[in-house]
Write a protein that binds this ligand. Sequence first.
Ligand code: BG6
Length: 298
Amino acid sequence: MLAELNRKFGQGDAAKFVAGYGGLPRIDVNTAACTGSVYLHGAHVTHWQKRGESPVLWMSEKSWFEDAKPIRGGVPICFPWFGPNANNATLPAHGFVRLKSWSVQSVTRQGDDVTIALETKSDEQTLAVWPVRFTLVHRITFGATLTMSLELTNLGGDTLTCEEALHTYFVVGDIKQTRVAGLNGVTFIDKMDNKARKPQQGEITFTGETDRVYINTCGASEIIDPALRRKIIISKENSHATVVWNPWINKSKAMPDFGDDEWTGMVCIETCNAADNALSLAAGATHIMRAVIATASL
Ligand code: BG6
C-alpha cells in the first residue's frame, strides 16, 4: 500500500508515505522550509517545524495510534459535532472523522511548499448517526507557515447544520508563564463554570483547568511563550469561534492517553465553528474554514 501511494502521490524526499506509529500510514514532509507529518487516520497533522526552529505542534507520549481511536496531540479534526453529541451520549466525542482513515486526493509541491489534500465522505455508517451526505477535504500546506483548510460540501438536498474544529495542540515552554492575546473583550462560554458566559478581560493566563469556547470572534490569537521566547500566531478565515483548553492536573491524570505531567507543556487554541457559531450550509454549497499558523521570536 505504501509503495503504491508513493508511486501515485509521492514527491521524493519532499513528501513520502511511511509507516507511522502503530503502522498507520503517514506522509512525512521534508523541504528547505520545514518538516511536517500527517496521518491518513483522521487527516491528522502531528508535526510541523520550521527549519532551524523547534516543533510547534504538541504530541502526547501516551497517544494511541490505533484504528477507531483518536490521536492525542497535533490537530484532531472535530466534525460534525464538537465535544459530546448533544442527543446521544454514546456517540464519540468530537464526531467521527478523527476516528477513520481518509483517502488521498493529491500531493503537490510548489517551491518549498507541499500541499496535501485528504478526503472523507458520508457513507452508510456516517449516515446512520448523522443523516447528511457530505464530502470533507482537509487541505494542508506545509511551508514557512502551516495552512490548514477544511472544505465541507453539502451533497444533500437540505441545509445542514454542523460544528467543526481544527483542534490544534501547541507546544509551550511552561503553561504557567504562557499568555494568549487576541481575545480581549470577547465573550466566552466557561465549561468549568456551568457554561456561564463571561467577557474576556485582557490576555488569557492559566492558573487551573481551562475549557472555554470564545464566540463571535474571527480574529487572530497569539500564544506568547516567554519560556521558549516564541510567539505563535493563529490567523483564521470563516471561523467564528475559538476554543482554549488546558486540562491541568486532575483531568490529565484521568485521561488514559495523556501523560500525568504533560499539561505543563501544551495549550490548545482551536479554530472552530461551534456552539452559538455552529455552521449552516445550504444544499450544494461549499464552506472553507482556514487556520494559518506562523511563529516569531519574542
Ligand atoms: C476540548 C474540549 O476541545 O477538547 C474539552 O473543549 C475536551 O472539553 C478536550 O476535554 C479533549 O477532548 P478529547 O475528546 O480529545 O479528550
